[in-house]
Ligand binder design. Structure first.
Ligand SMILES: Cc1ncc(COP(=O)(O)O)c(C=O)c1O
Length: 430
């Protein structure tokens, strides 16, 4: 090649949730079986979508319109329905033009960060969900600017640190958050959201709020950003991947809040819409289903039942791992993950688990050199027990730990897997 090709920020792209699968696949080739506990896909983990939601989707297949392109912002009737839902919450008011359909939130996240000036930064929490962090990182070779979530204190966000970061880093143009959070499952208190909005207002920032899990909240009614945003410009991200759940639909949308009140933000969100035009439109059929499913009288109960199911599974984890004094186990308040943190000093670069099969052992021993301590644990867990979890260090945090999902639908298998991991930890850290 006559010159290098790749953008300098591309080296910063990291998606540990799937990277670890490549390691798992190598181990499978060596004869190791694998139970996957890393990916947040309810369907792959055995959940059956409610028959009435399947029926809605099946009936839509008979409509010619479901097979066609749609408006590049999304189907108007669906956008009107969703704008109505935002307006009913009583906070920021929007129109159908403020809703923009995308091929999953991951698609939106890519564009949202890509269209921000390269020298401007987005501050976000640590641990951080990889799609947001990597999209921010890939724009350049800067240090990420993050505020900590504290596992000693229920993962509460350090908002004093956030305020300082914003104050002393004039290149920060936005605050990003996921609520409920991935990987921690923490739900931002209304007072915390209000404080973040106040910081954004004071320093002239916009907010990016990923609300993919907002309806999987164990603490009561979900708070949407639109309810408390006031006049501050913001983007809320919504979708059906985790709710119906239908991750393979690749259907999500953004709510643009206070689009027209700030010229710089208006210019930015206009670019978001134009970028979507280049892709023609998002998938049509799932969009058609949204008013039918969200508007169905059975939907609120559907959401309540699922939130209660994951809350009960979080209790299982707390009980099974609670016997291990080496761990911190702040309970999630939403979403469907349980991050487990090793206390400081518990892990080191010498611990191992016995791996019977020589080819598997050789691979594990060759890949643990120089890796983070929690990755080392995850690799040994895969080699010895055939269980794949995501190391917490993959979520841009100095904490050592791993993220479990609460998704496995087979009760016996799920509990047995949790017990095997707990047992492996006891042997690993002794
Ligand atoms: C916080 C968060 N946002 C977005 C996504 C992806 O959503 P979508 O399927 O709509 O692209 C995920 C998937 O795990 C997620 O955890």
């Amino acid at each position: 090649m006559r010159s290098s090709i790749v953008h300098e920020g591309a080296v910063n792209i990291n998606y540990e949730i799937r990277h670890i699968v490549e390691v798992g696949q190598r181990l499978i080739k060596s004869g190791r079986s694998m139970t996957w506990e890393n990916i947040g896909d309810p369907i792959q983990m055995g959940e059956k979508v409610a028959p009435w939601i399947r029926a809605v989707v099946r009936d839509l297949l008979e409509q010619e319109v479901a097979w066609a392109y749609c408006h590049s912002r999304g189907i108007l009737a669906t956008r009107e329905f969703l704008a109505g839902e935002v307006n009913k919450r009583g906070g920021a008011q929007v129109t159908a033009d403020d809703i923009l359909f995308v091929n999953g939130i991951a698609d939106a996240v890519d564009k949202i960060y890509d269209l921000i000036r390269k020298d401007a930064r987005v501050v976000m929490p640590s641990p951080s969900y990889s799609t947001h962090l990597s999209n921010e990182s890939k724009r350049g070779s800067y240090e990420n600017i993050t505020f900590p979530l504290d596992p000693q204190n229920g993962w509460r966000p350090d908002l004093d640190e956030l305020r300082n970061l914003v104050k002393y880093n004039p290149q920060v143009v936005a605050i990003a958050l996921v609520n409920p959070d991935n990987p921690t499952g923490m739900v931002y208190a209304e007072s915390e959201l209000r404080e973040m909005v106040a910081i954004a207002a004071k320093y002239g920032l916009f907010i990016i709020c990923d609300e993919i899990y907002t309806h999987l909240n164990f603490t009561g009614r979900a708070r949407h950003l639109s309810e408390i945003i006031g006049d501050v410009p913001a983007i809320a991200l919504r979708g059906i991947s985790k709710e119906y759940p239908w991750p393979g639909a690749r259907c999500g949308w953004i709510e643009i809040l206070n689009a027209r009140k700030h010229p710089a933000f208006a210019e930015y969100v206009k670019a978001l819409g134009t970028a979507k035009m280049l892709e023609v439109c998002a998938t049509t059929l799932p969009q058609l289903s949204v008013p039918l499913v969200f508007g169905d009288a059975r939907y609120p109960e559907h959401l309540r039942t699922r939130a209660a199911k994951f809350a009960a599974r979080a209790e299982e984890v707390a009980e099974i791992f609670g016997a291990l004094p080496e761990l911190l186990l702040p309970k999630p308040q939403g979403a469907f993950y349980y991050p487990i943190v090793f206390k400081d000093g518990v892990l080191n670069g010498r611990q191992t688990l016995p791996i019977d099969r020589a080819p598997t052992r050789e691979i594990v021993e060759s890949i643990v050199q120089g890796v983070a301590d929690d990755k080392r644990f995850a690799y040994y867990l895969m080699g010895a027990e055939g269980i794949c979890v995501t190391p917490l260090s993959g979520f841009h945090t100095p904490l050592n730990g791993f993220r479990l999902t609460l998704l496995r639908d087979d009760d016996d298998l799920r509990r047995a897997t949790f017990r095997r991991i707990a047992d492996a930890i006891a042997r690993y850290v002794k």
